[in-house]
Design a protein around this ligand. Structure first.
Ligand code: NAD
Ligand code: GLY
Length: 365
């Protein structure tokens, strides 16, 4: 169907690497959404075995009008496959199809597909263009935007990657209709994140609309995705390579990444780990004097209402500390946390180890 879907556009302002994020329902079936897609002779759609049967043929049909050849690669699904052997499947496909530099990659799926496709685009022939077509809430509000690409290492999450911006992001809200409830909740963790770090009015709005978001109400989703992308665009536009400000987007991630890698990738979803990690980071913020107990309780209540766990797994303080030292924000072995210094504002701080141990003891078990 070639209907004309209406969409909103948020611009990532990065000079010559600027690009639009289009947000709307039905973009996948609307040729005008693809107007800004890069010119090329070949396209490779990278997706996974779950998303391919749902959306790949529709995307392929759209791209067939623009590119002489459109190939498709379905990777195995899951965080456990965000690794070297799976990344190599993308290079195998590109080389197998004789893809030259006039090739564009389309990442169709969630954050795992997006992060791996972006990394492949960054390194294939030293860089070919790519487009993000995120189909999870988490990917639409966070991972498809801003150019962080990576794979995991058994010793640490997202440890190998590159900053490499897509040329277009297409958030078709209609794809969220097929998302399992657990994945929807995981995406809400990254939506909630934007409140404490940047915009408490948005936090108020999420509190008032969390039930509609849990029900995947299209109007509520449109607001949540647009406001999340606006905030992310503002932060990335100011600090693309995370020399400072961008680190606030990692609120809850220091504890969260430890949960993910400590339990084994894929046991807890990324968003689940981040949700719980935000409760821990908020408690640390309280102990450092940035917020009061009422704020921590309010955040925890919203995370719980979003269907996310608020009690961290009992890995033991030693294991948490060991895993958190591998975090990319660590400096000379010193763990650094994103903390809330007042509601709506975040900063990166270190904290006394004894205090961190107390937070782990209080929040896990
Ligand atoms: P995911 O990519 O694993 O997708 C979640 C699940 O939903 C998968 O099983 C997937 O196949 C399925 N799925 C995707 N779209 C669907 C749809 N429309 N209908 C039905 N099922 C669908 O997980 P995610 O939560 O999207 O992304 C998490 C990843 O993103 C993590 O690896 C995390 O590190 C990364 N991430 C990256 C950034 C960044 O800035 N690059 C930011 C946040 C998270
Ligand atoms: N998700 C964190 C970032 O993009 O910086």
């Amino acid at each position: 169907m070639r209907t004309s879907a209406s969409f909103e556009s948020v611009e990532i302002q990065l000079g010559e690497r600027s690009y639009p994020i289009l947000i709307g329902s039905g973009l996948l079936d609307d040729a005008t959404s693809f107007t800004a897609a890069p010119a090329a002779t070949q396209a490779l759609i990278v997706t996974n075995t779950t998303v391919a049967p749902l959306y790949a043929e529709r995307l392929r049909a759209m791209l067939a009008d623009r590119y002489a050849t459109v190939n498709l690669l379905a990777l195995p699904d899951g965080e456990a496959h965000k690794d070297w052997p799976t990344l190599n499947l993308i290079f195998d496909a590109l080389l197998g199809h004789g893809s030259d530099r006039k090739t564009v990659l389309f990442a169709l799926g969630g954050g795992v597909v997006g992060d791996m496709t972006g990394f492949a685009a960054a390194s294939y022939m030293r860089g070919v263009p790519f487009v993000q077509v995120p189909t999870t809430l988490l990917a639409q509000v966070d991972s498809s935007v801003g150019g962080k690409t990576a794979i995991n290492h058994p010793l640490g999450k997202n440890m190998i990657g590159a900053f490499y911006q897509p040329q277009l992001v297409l958030c078709d809200l209609a794809t969220l209709a097929t998302l399992p409830r657990r994945e929807l909740s995981a995406g809400l963790a990254e939506v909630i994140k934007y409140g404490p770090i940047h915009d408490m009015d948005f936090f108020d709005w999420i509190e008032a609309n969390v039930d509609a978001l849990m029900a995947c109400d299209p109007d509520a989703m449109a607001v949540a995705v647009r406001r999340s992308c606006e905030i992310k665009a503002e932060v990335v536009g100011a600090d693309e390579r995370e020399t400072g400000l961008r680190a606030i987007l990692n609120f809850g991630h220091t504890f969260g990444h430890a949960i993910e890698s400590g339990l084994g990738y894929g046991q807890w979803l990324h968003g689940e780990a981040v949700g719980c990690g935000m409760v821990m980071a908020a408690e640390l913020s309280r102990r450092l004097g940035g917020v009061d107990a009422a704020f921590v309780e309010r955040l925890q209540a919203l995370i719980r209402r979003a269907g996310l766990p608020v009690k961290a797994p009992a890995l033991g303080a030693e294991r948490y500390l060991e895993l958190m030292r591998i975090d990319k924000k660590s400096e000379a072995g010193q763990i650094r946390f994103v903390v809330i210094d007042r509601p709506g504002s975040a900063a990166v701080r270190s904290a006394p180890e004894a205090m961190v141990r107390e937070v782990i003891a209080q929040c896990s078990g």
